[in-house]
Ligand binder design. Structure first.
Ligand code: AHR
Length: 342
């Protein structure tokens, strides 16, 4: 892609700002003009990507951020501008506007919730900047406001959890029993919360003896997951299953259940169905505390680099790229634990 002179100037300003921050003005004033020219030359052909990440609420999220940072390195030809939105849509919108004013080559973002993006995406389109969605989805009138999306089939993740429960109740001969279920939801209005909820409910609705007693948001964090689980345990005496929409909330929920004197697991009081499959959760699957963990794959950076590479070469890209994901239970988990890096 050809970089305009204006673009080179923006790159130079960004680099100078970074150098000022790192070195401090006094030291930087000692850098000779020739040296800054060398920096400009060296970086002028990098592809500039503005990446607005939701936050750092979970192990999954931190892994996802790292995977993008590892893929979009200077050595690979990228200049990555990273922004952490700390779970706030207004911060993401501000970040996107700042990327637009810096005239980045691409905007990548993982939308905290689905609604409310039309205006800022229009602004990106007017500026001629392609937008790549990662992980979560937006709900917009005009799908051409984004170029492509890379992420998980979260609805299918919800179905996978439901199907596992269906099969487990059949095998253990409990298919006629009343099954009381609590759902710990993620961030309300996010595509992972909505998809996992509707996928699971689709299966649950096929059984009149499955009762979803309550659904409350634990905001994808351990602390909130624990707090909500404590409330549920106080409110409902008979809980058979907890569907926890990520591992971080699961860690908190297990703590709350055990502190209340109840046990988790196939031979315990409450069955836990979880999502993400981070290493600490896989260890709990092996131990039998989590009955099933439906994987949500955070390693999306390499797909992102591939898609940007295609766009740079002028190739056509698909509207959606779905990453591969497994389901982990006590029966298969051991062989995956050692190689899990997050
Ligand atoms: O959108 C993906 C979800 O967001 C992950 O399941 C969760 O851990 C994260 O915070």
């Amino acid at each position: 892609m050809n970089k305009s002179g204006w673009h080179k100037t923006v790159m130079a300003v960004m680099l100078v700002s970074v150098l000022v921050l790192i070195c401090g003005c006094g030291i930087f004033s000692g850098v000779a003009a020739g040296e800054t020219d060398a920096y400009e030359e060296e970086n002028a052909n990098l592809v500039v990507v503005g990446f607005s990440q939701i936050g750092s609420e979970s192990v999954w999220r931190t892994t996802n951020t790292l995977s993008v940072q590892k893929a979009l390195t200077k050595e690979n030809g990228y200049f990555l501008i990273f922004n952490n939105a700390r779970q706030k849509q207004e911060n993401q919108i501000k970040a996107l506007r700042s990327f637009i004013s810096q005239r980045v080559d691409y905007i990548v973002f993982s939308p905290v919730t689905e609604n409310g993006w039309d205006t800022v995406l229009e602004e990106a389109r007017e500026a001629g900047i392609p937008v790549i969605l990662m992980d979560r989805m937006v709900n917009v009138e005009d799908a051409s406001l984004y170029t492509t999306w890379i992420g998980s089939d979260v609805e299918e993740e919800g179905r996978k959890a439901g199907r596992w429960l269906e099969q487990y109740l059949r095998i253990t001969n409990r298919q006629k029993e009343d099954i009381n279920i609590i759902v710990l939801q993620g961030t309300l209005g996010s595509s992972s919360q909505r998809g996992r909820s509707s996928g699971f409910v689709e299966i649950a609705n096929q059984y009149t003896n499955w009762h979803i007693l309550d659904q409350r948001s634990g905001e994808f964090t351990t602390a909130k997951g624990k707090e909500i689980m404590e409330q549920m345990l106080d409110r409902y005496a008979d809980i058979d299953v907890v569907v926890s929409q990520n591992d971080d909330m699961t860690f908190g929920a297990i703590e709350a259940i055990e502190e209340s004197g109840r046990s988790v697991g196939r031979n315990g009081d409450i069955l836990i169905l979880s999502f993400d499959a981070v290493k600490d959760a896989l260890l709990l699957v092996e131990e039998g505390k989590i009955a099933v963990d439906v994987e949500c794959n955070p390693e999306q950076g390499m797909y992102l680099a591939e898609v940007i590479g295609m766009l740079e070469r002028g190739e056509k890209v698909e509207k959606a790229y779905v990453v591969e994901e497994k389901v982990f239970t006590k029966e298969n988990v051991s062989k995956y634990i050692e190689s899990r890096t997050y």
